[in-house]
Ligand binder design. Structure first.
Ligand SMILES: [Zn+2]
Length: 341
């Protein structure tokens, strides 16, 4: 039997340094061979007015502690401070001019971040900040990141059903960017920063339209997709299993394993964390779905009644090895940066 491929979790949310020991337990329980800790830019996000403008400090502190205690590479992705795009009433007071996006990237890099995490394509945040994915601010940030060999993880859009009545009262409507507009904006950004590796989480919310996902990847050689569920993805991927398997094997070098584990403060509003057990379940569920052929539970609240359990894709081992770890090592070409100070 061939050895189990390593598992590199490209998408773990940190943000509460007090939960670092739980991330240690997560690493051990899921037997990770590497991970990326992600910050989030919270300034402007509805309900987050009282939070710091991003989670950079907590993420860096967790990285520092984990790098000392764990024997695996721990990378960290920092965020921009976007308060200068908000009216003073929403920015926690008047904001003196902030460093330019490129300067902010330099500061992140010096502080010990290995990559840039953008969340500015999440519709509610994009609208609050008045940003499109191809906005010059984000192009400048991505170009500088590329110059420094820092990959970018950029959340763009949300599940397409969030724009429909299926989402109920919270359905996206007026004042928010449309789904297609966001996806095209992501493509334009990739073209404007061709030297930068840009990873779009949650399969860029195209799990229900893999043809479009494929043409996105064909058009944009610097783009990759991560799998962070994206719990929305289980149903569409399982609905046409053959097409999904063909997509995953064809683009196995462009897809990264990530769980979207949430190690924020557990009850914090508006971004509550998940328990250690919940995060471990996210990981084992996705692993079973990719590697096995049995049914796994589908945790997505909007899942159809007939899709509460879905059959795994049972991907062949060598494709799986790239998705689970090989591609992460290809994108992260250097060892993690040391945390300064
Ligand atoms: Zn995420």
């Amino acid at each position: 039997m061939s050895p189990q491929p390593g598992v590199f979790d490209f998408h773990v949310h940190a943000g509460d340094a007090f939960r670092t020991h739980e991330i240690s337990a997560y690493i051990r329980d899921t037997q990770l061979t590497g991970l990326c800790l992600l910050s989030l830019p919270t300034a402007g996000y509805p309900g987050a007015d009282k939070l710091p403008p991003h989670m950079n400090e907590a993420v860096l502190e967790s990285k520092k502690r984990l790098s000392a205690s764990e024997n695996i590479p721990v990378y960290a992705f920092g965020c921009l401070d976007n308060r200068d795009l908000l009216p003073a009433s929403r920015a926690g007071g008047a904001v003196k001019s902030l460093p330019s996006p490129a300067e902010q990237i330099a500061i992140l890099h010096e502080a010990g971040f290995d990559g840039l995490k953008l969340w500015e394509g999440k519709p509610l945040l994009a609208a609050a900040l008045g940003l499109k994915p191809q906005h010059q601010r984000l192009v400048d940030a991505c170009r500088e990141a590329g110059r420094r060999d820092m990959p970018v993880i950029f959340h763009v859009a949300d599940p397409p059903e969030f724009w429909t009545r299926a989402a109920g009262e919270t359905a996206y409507g007026d004042g928010l960017p449309g789904f297609d507009e966001l996806i095209e904006g992501a493509a334009l950004l990739c073209e404007q920063a061709p030297e930068t590796q840009i990873v779009f989480p949650h399969l860029l919310f195209l799990a229900g339209d893999l043809k479009r996902a494929a043409s996105f990847l064909e058009r944009l050689p610097n783009a990759s997709l991560d799998l962070a569920p994206g719990n929305y993805a289980y149903e569409p991927l399982a609905a046409d299993r053959e097409t999904s398997i063909a997509f995953f094997t064809e683009y196995s070098k462009r897809i990264l394993f990530g769980t979207d584990a949430f190690f924020f403060t557990v009850d914090a509003f508006p971004l509550p964390g998940d328990s250690l057990e919940g995060n471990c379940r996210r990981c084992s569920r996705l692993l079973s779905f990719l590697s096995g052929g049995k049914d796994v539970e589908n945790p997505y609240p909007l899942a159809s009644v007939g899709a509460r359990r879905v059959r795994g894709l049972s991907l062949p081992g060598h494709f799986l090895a790239d998705i689970l770890a090989g591609n992460a090592h290809r994108i992260l070409t250097k060892p993690p940066k040391e945390v300064g100070g």
